[in-house]
Design a protein around this ligand. Structure first.
Ligand SMILES: Nc1ncnc2c1ncn2[C@@H]1O[C@H](COP(=O)(O)OP(=O)(O)OP(=O)(O)O)[C@@H](O)[C@H]1O
Ligand SMILES: CC(C)(CO)[C@@H](O)C(=O)[O-]
Ligand code: BAL
Length: 279
């Protein structure tokens, strides 16, 4: 059975009872509109923890664009059915007032890793993510937290905040789940037109080709420029960034002995898509 709870008090009562029985608890934070990417996180949590909580909360604090917040897909009934099929015990779906009651005034801000790339393009976004994730960890008292590599920078921000604040939770980064044509699954993909959906796989193909060229010895700058041209020629309105970075700090990296990551963001059909791959 999958229970839906809406208040922190009810959630705490349930989790305290589990903990008293010595059960381990996994949490999968989401904003809903669930797809196979989310479900892969829930399945991994299911395999590794005695009890699984999926949180569904479209967090206003992390949206720097009010239109994006308004248009964010909300499909709670379908989400609950999917989570039931995975065997998730509890859905925590609070109202904004429950998470941010009158007078709420704390911000968690992770300096450094939050600043480039998504942080630069979406000012305030990672403060919103770091604050809500810290709250969700406190509310759920989970032992393990599951996050997708699709949001690579977010995963690094969360790992850093857990280390810096000594939070008693282990973060598990899960592989990006893709459509058969390579497009990374994302809740925002439903906003693409049919024509846009046909163009979208060029994103992953272009950054994959660039990563291969860099590994084969081509200059970073040249390989990245070619990827951007390929995407624009295919019909992407705008390539916001394609960057090769240190996989953990996200600082520019020209040291091939350290793990590196290519991260990118681009607009198609007025929808902002992101993706990343190891190099
Ligand atoms: N394709 C995917 N593969 C693996 N994990 C994913 C995938 N898509 C999302 N996730 C992870 O699921 C969690 C919740 O993400 P979120 O609810 O924002 O979904 P989303 O599809 O990324 O939506 P958005 O359109 O906001 O990017 C995050 O940890 C995210 O990294
Ligand atoms: C982690 C998260 C649920 C926090 O709101 C969100 O940023 C997301 O869905 O990736
Ligand atoms: N998937 C990361 C959350 C966001 O785009 O707001």
């Amino acid at each position: 059975m999958t229970t839906i709870l809406r208040t922190v008090a009810d959630l705490r009562t349930e989790v305290r009872a589990w903990k008293a029985q010595g059960k381990t608890v996994g949490v999968v934070p989401t904003m809903g509109a669930l797809h196979d990417g989310h479900l892969s996180l829930a399945r991994r949590a299911r395999a590794e923890c005695d009890r699984v909580i999926v949180t569904i909360f479209v967090n206003p604090m992390q949206f720097n664009n009010p239109e994006d917040l308004k248009k964010y897909p909300r499909t709670e009934e379908a989400d609950a059915a999917l989570l039931r099929s995975v065997g998730v015990e509890l859905i925590f779906a609070p109202a904004p007032e429950e998470v941010y009651p009158e007078g709420f005034s704390t911000t968690v801000s992770v300096a450094g890793v939050s600043e480039p790339l998504e942080g630069k393009m979406r000012p305030g976004h990672f403060d919103g993510v770091a604050t809500v994730v810290t709250k969700l960890f406190g509310m759920t008292m989970a032992d393990r937290g599951y996050f997708g590599q699709k949001d690579w920078q977010q995963l690094q921000v969360v790992q850093k905040l857990v280390r810096d604040l000594n939070l008693p939770i282990t973060i598990v980064g899960c592989e990006t789940i893709r459509e058969p044509d390579g497009l990374a699954m994302s809740s925002r993909n439903v906003r693409l037109t049919d024509a846009g959906r046909r163009i979208a796989p060029v994103f992953y193909a272009a950054i994959t080709a660039a990563a291969e060229d860099i590994r084969a010895g081509q200059s970073d700058r040249m390989a990245i420029r070619e990827a951007a041209v390929t995407m624009r020629d295919a019909g992407f309105e705008r390539v916001e960034y394609i960057e090769l970075r240190d996989a953990e700090t996200l600082l520019p990296s020209h040291d091939p002995t350290r793990p590196r990551r290519m991260l990118a963001a681009a607009w198609l059909d007025g929808v902002r898509l992101i993706d990343n791959i190891p190099v």
